[in-house]
Design a protein around this ligand. Structure first.
Ligand code: G1P
Ligand code: ZN
Length: 563
């Protein structure tokens, strides 16, 4: 029997808990050194759940295994109990990938879920921690709810907690606790992988995938979990169930600090995988981020599949996936900075295409309304309406399905695609941890320049290339389902040939500002489509840097990451 609800004492609420692109993300030290910091945010989330929904309701809790996750789960259990939440379902040892949490919320018809992750940001005592709230659809809370959480977090004067309630989260099974003034609370610890694995079995043809990775003439796969949460999923699903060789699965034990690395599947931070693939021993390579929603796909010899192309390939080959044979294809979508490769497929296949602001939450409404089946972002996010998060392992199984069906290599499939649809050359430059004031000033000055009447029609040239500005705006999106408007989603310069330069400030960083520069340029000349993206896009990069004065204004000489 536990004492409660108790008041957690008095403190002044925090003004800085505004959720970003994907939940609240801060340095671990912010959570550790500010009294009741995590409690303040957790209570603010739970306060957003209607009191009448709490007792009959269920909350799913899981995270990517990073440092401070277990402390946060302990607090969530104690605060949930004191607020009358009737049922918690928690991944064993707290482990559950972001897509798996989304899957479990939907399967159990939960009120929502709390995900403990800072995604691809580094972890450990000096790294980042994050708390994210997902709603009953399984998707990230929309802005209306995150705003409400933020408002509450700024004005909270007390929270409720059962400080003596201790639950062993290592043992699978149900435990029930008496909480004063409320009905008993059930805490259920579940296998981290099973529900998600069961879902994938219903989406893909596991026999065909088994043949591909472990049958006669099987291909060799190399999967790198980067010590994030996907390790146990890769082991159980790809190795044990599909029979892929266990020695092709790397860094599969989740670590609190991701082994000291950035758990971010891109060419810079997943360089181990890139180098290993270059050796030519593997046919398909993939890496995942800390919480398992991102993926990077590589072919033999390290052939890089740009994420903007990846979603286009899946769209063009969508009938290789049994799930879509059943559901049909309701529509396609990409975030605004993502290249137009998907648009070309949509056009050819006469499918609807939606262009949304950055961040997965914008896809959710379209999916709930039955308008969207497959979507992707340039930031290594690919997914479908099977859940309401992007899904790293799903994307790799989608690629495997295509490989199994077409019996070609990754590179052949990609090149065939460019031949058929033309190619969108794409690159993204990231300038991380830039001084916030400098970054904001740069954006403001650029916006002023872009909104000057004389800007449209201006010509810019670099080398032998010349471009004329056709459109210059700050991207705004009107949600076709609920009519809500999201403004200031990225500065966009579109040239008369359709090439685009986009500038955005990241909404997921935890220190300083991250400036992102995106370049997208379409080419259909067969003599040019196999070129190197960095070489092809050099003139546009130079023009972007010239127009914005990015380097001078942020005191940088180059980006920290190039994709
Ligand atoms: C970044 C990506 C965005 C993605 C988000 C969460 O957000 O750019 O596409 O949805 O992470 O994974 P940003 O830091 O740019 O706001
Ligand atoms: Zn992630």
């Amino acid at each position: 029997r536990w004492e409660g609800p108790n008041q957690g004492g008095t403190w002044s609420a925090y003004p800085d808990q505004k959720p970003g692109t994907s939940g609240l993300r801060k340095r671990v030290t912010v959570f550790q050194t500010n009294e009741h910091y995590a409690e303040n945010f957790i209570q603010s989330i739970i306060s957003c759940i209607e009191p009448a929904e709490r007792q009959p309701g269920l909350l799913v809790v899981g995270g990517d295994g990073r440092f401070f996750m277990k402390d946060a789960i302990k607090l969530i259990i104690q605060i949930a109990a004191a607020n009358g939440i009737g049922h918690l379902v928690i991944g064993q040892n707290g482990i559950m990938s972001t897509p798996a949490v989304s899957c479990v919320i939907r399967k159990l018809k939960a009120v929502g879920g709390i995900i403990l992750t800072a995604s691809h940001n580094p972890g450990g005592p000096t790294g980042d921690f994050g708390i994210k709230y997902n709603i009953a659809s399984g998707g990230p809370a929309p802005e209306g709810i995150t705003d409400k959480i933020f408002q509450i977090s700024k004005s909270l004067t007390e929270y409720h907690i059962c400080p003596d309630l201790k639950v062993d989260i290592s043992k699978i099974g149900k435990q029930t606790f008496e909480v004063d003034t409320f009905k008993p609370m059930t805490v259920e610890i579940v296998d981290s992988v099973e529900s998600y694995a069961e879902m994938l079995r219903g989406i893909f043809d596991f026999n065909a995938l088994k043949q591909l990775v472990s049958g006669a003439n099987h291909i060799k796969v190399r999967l790198d979990a980067m010590h994030g949460v996907v390790g146990p999923y890769v082991k159980k699903i790809v190795c044990e169930e599909l029979g892929a060789a266990a020695d092709g699965a790397f860094n599969c034990v989740p670590k609190e600090d991701f082994g000291g690395h950035h758990p971010d599947p891109n060419l810079t931070y997943a360089s181990d995988l890139v180098n290993a693939m270059k050796g030519g021993d593997y046919d398909l390579g993939a890496a995942f981020d800390g919480d398992g929603d991102r993926n990077m796909v590589l072919g033999k010899h390290g052939f890089f599949v740009n994420p903007s192309d990846s979603v286009a390939i899946i769209a063009a080959n969508i009938t290789c996936i049994p799930y879509f044979q059943k559901t049909g294809v309701k529509g396609l979508a990409r975030s605004m900075p993502t290249s137009g490769a998907l648009d070309n497929v949509a056009k050819a296949l006469k499918m609807n295409l939606y262009e949304t602001p950055t961040g997965w939450k914008f896809f959710g409404n379209l999916m709930d309304a039955g308008k969207l089946s497959l979507c992707g972002e340039e930031s290594f996010g690919t997914g479908s309406d099977h859940i309401r998060e992007k899904d790293g392992l799903w994307a790799v199984l989608a690629w495997m399905s295509i490989l199994a069906h077409r019996k070609q290599s990754v590179e052949e499939i990609m090149k065939d695609h460019w031949n058929k649809f033309g190619r969108n050359f794409f690159t993204r430059y990231d300038y991380e941890e830039v001084d916030s004031d400098k970054a904001n000033t740069m954006i403001k000055e650029l916006e002023a320049k872009m909104f000057d009447k004389s800007f449209v029609g201006q010509k810019f040239s670099s080398g032998d290339k010349s471009y004329e500005v056709a459109v210059s705006d700050n991207f705004a999106y009107t949600d076709p389902v609920d009519g809500s408007v999201s403004k200031n989603q990225g500065l966009r310069i579109v040239f008369s040939d359709g090439s685009r330069i986009i500038f955005r400030l990241s909404g997921t960083g935890s220190a300083g500002a991250t400036v992102r520069l995106y370049i997208d340029s379409y080419e259909k000349d067969p003599a040019k489509i196999y070129g190197d993206a960095q070489v092809m896009l050099k003139p546009l990069v130079e023009i972007a840097l010239k127009i914005s004065g990015l380097h001078e204004k942020t005191s940088r000489t180059g980006p920290t990451v190039i994709t």
